[in-house]
Ligand binder design. Sequence first.
Ligand code: HSE
Length: 438
Amino acid sequence: MSAPVRIGLLGLGTVGQGVVRLLQKNRDEIARRLGRPLVLTHVYTREWSRRRECDLSGVTQVREARQMVRDPAVDVAVEVMGGLSPARELILEAIAHGKPVVTANKALLAEDGNRIFSAARERGVRVAFEASVGGGIPILKVIREGLAGNRLEEVAGIVNGTGNYILTQMSEHGVDFAAALAEAQARGYAEADPRLDVDGIDAAHKLTILAALAFGMPLAFQSVAIEGIAAVTVQDIQLSRELGYRIKPLAIAKRAAAGVELRVHPTLIPQAHLLAQVDGALNAVVVQSDAAGTTGYYGRGAGGDATASAVVADLLDVARLLGADARHFWPPLGFDPDAVQTLSVVALRDVECAHYLRLRVADTPGVLKAITSILAELDISIEAILQKEPQNRQDATLAILTSVVPEHRFNAALDKIRGLPFVRPGPSHLRVEHFNGK
Ligand code: HSE
């Protein structure tokens, strides 16, 4: 067997510890598949004092991260520190020294990946990033390799485990938002700053990467329309269920007549759809392509071991091509990081979809007529309507599902409805996705 491939690990958090454990546990399997051993030789962390659930005996503990990425005794650097800086500088430094990098850093790639991939191409160095999206689900490999013969129409999925866990707990156990979030944090799903999960930013980072690979566009995080899950209530979840839907935190990249839609928001999905069955912290991605049709990928999208699975798979990929001519791995990306953005991203106001609207209204005659008249005037058809008996002798609750309309038209109707004297403050509005009946 040839000489071992020497791995330098930057970061010893949930994912880093998972990588250490997996490289040790499956050492023989990995060496059999690669034809040579993968050995962790160096590790760097900013917090040496923390207790770890992994064995670091025999591994050199590096005190200076830059020293590791320059060290010729390290063949591949693994960046699992997270955050934008110093991860960005360390990856660029590794690239400058001709050292391949495996990273799980979705935030960095989504926000600054064009620069990183451009530098990597320039230097002929590989940057692999399967772990940045979908944890243990090899979704990037699927898009880049398995479906490489297809034109992709849509990639949609649940790519934030924390958000899915919270909505599932609210739906199944009536648990409140804060308690569900605390549990997700305790289980290691949530980001260091959980607002990234709850506000939809983490899902938008992942969607940016998926869209780049699916549609061949440079990374365009700034163009993603993002809404978090914090406004979803248990009442919305219950009413949606009565209407035949589940509410899921969805990330959607799809081709439309005017360009591509890139959006992240809580979404009503028909109960029978594959994605509606994905509960807890699980992730799933559905890809619509011209030859293969609809394909779905499901699994653990967060957590140390699942994410380590993707990191180690990338390590094998990178190790196989160590020393190879860079032409063998460019373009592995499926997009040109230096290209001018040719696909325009459809503004949210122009996106066409169906809408869910929950209103609390005074229980007086003519309420329904006034609301439905506004919708009719704006050519918005009502697909379903549900009224709950008035509570506390005053207010009734209405839930309405509309036809597919441009969002600006729905918003115009909502503004008028809000202005009606008998509509109470704080209507709830969510988007509905039918996946074209697929
Ligand atoms: N915070 C992320 C999630 C971790 O909840 O999905 C995986 O990227």
